[in-house]
Write a protein that binds this ligand. Structure first.
Ligand code: FAD
Length: 284
């Protein structure tokens, strides 16, 4: 089985951040990933920085998949961005809704309410020209009224023409395997690649996880808390735990892994090296 791996970056705000990103990319590119993706702030908040990061990656010959979030955007703006990417020879897009600014009502800000509408728009304007990845939530999206409705909404994205999905990160592989079973029962057959969040800083991971609805199991929280300020211990333990998770996923037949690098290479590299990913070799 050919299992792919990919890395996610965010567009840096400063020269220093860009320098760090360049180092991270050159280290991770040596592993021969399928592609690097670049996030895009909801409402176009990182628009120019995302373009600049994508342009730099392309200039280095790196396979690049820009994210595109639609909330707050008009159809013309989205069309312009897609045309730009198509003209640059980009053929993979990660299509998202994005997060609403607090207090904003659905539909009050732009032409799209949900990611399935963006996927349908891309397919109608550029039929078959982009491979479209969408987000999936094995532990369910925090705003979903129920697990079943979230699964039905995921299916809408697939029916609109998504070619693959990347999951929100999780540390409990059972959530992923059950999600896959539920998708199978709904006739969803696209590859659903687990999103992997390396653990390097407990406080920021806990904050972020609470906001996006990703669970840190109690045993893991307790152990990470117990390491306190010992960053090296957190790093070593994090690498061990995430490697175990990745092994479970790859051995169980996941189609690949997508790493949320946060523009840092050390933890992702350590995990990939331990797993034997790299040099263009298939993961398993
Ligand atoms: P949707 O699929 O639209 O779902 C959002 C919510 O609405 C869910 O609760 C769903 O059940 C419900 N829903 C969906 N469709 C319908 C419908 N037709 N009718 C009624 N309810 C519906 N954010 C960014 O801003 N920029 C990024 O670059 C970015 N990259 C990401 C990458 C990955 C892999 C992941 C997992 C998330 C990323 N996010 C990003 C975060 C994402 O934008 C948020 O999680 C957002 O809240 C939901 O986006 P979505 O595309 O999953 O939305």
């Amino acid at each position: 089985m050919h299992q792919t791996f990919s890395f996610e970056l965010f567009p840096p705000k400063t020269e220093k951040g860009m320098k760090k990103l360049k180092t991270t990319v050159s280290r991770l590119q040596a592993l021969g990933p399928e592609y690097f993706s670049v996030t895009y702030g909801a409402g176009g908040s990182t628009r120019e920085r995302t373009f600049a990061t994508v342009d730099w990656l392309r200039s280095q010959g790196v396979e690049t998949a820009p994210h595109l979030s639609c909330i707050g955007a008009g159809r013309d703006e989205i069309l312009d961005i897609l045309q730009r990417y198509r003209n640059e020879g980009i053929h993979r897009i990660v299509a998202l809704r994005g997060d609403l600014p607090s207090g904003a009502g659905l539909g009050a800000l732009g032409d799209f309410n949900y990611a399935n509408e963006l996927v349908a728009f891309i397919q109608s304007e550029f039929p078959g020209e982009f491979q479209i990845e969408v987000a999936a939530y094995p532990e369910f999206h925090p705003q979903a009224p129920s697990a079943w409705q979230d699964l039905d909404n995921f299916r809408r994205k697939v029916e609109a023409g998504a070619s693959g999905a990347i999951t929100q990160y999780f540390y409990n592989p059972d959530a992923y395997w059950r999600f896959l079973d539920d998708c199978g029962r709904r006739g969803i057959t696209i590859p659903i690649v687990p999103g992997i969040m390396p653990i390097t800083n407990y406080a920021s991971l806990a904050r972020f996880s609470d906001a996006c609805g990703a669970e840190i199991p109690r045993w893991l929280r307790k152990r990470l808390e117990a390491y306190g300020e010992d960053q090296q211990a957190v790093f070593d333990f994090g690498v061990e735990v995430v490697c175990e998770l990745c092994r479970n996923l790859l051995e169980g037949g996941a189609p690949g892994l997508h790493f949320y690098t946060l523009n840092q290479s050390a933890a992702t590299l350590a995990i990939c090296e331990r797993l034997g990913l790299g040099q263009g070799a298939p993961a398993a």
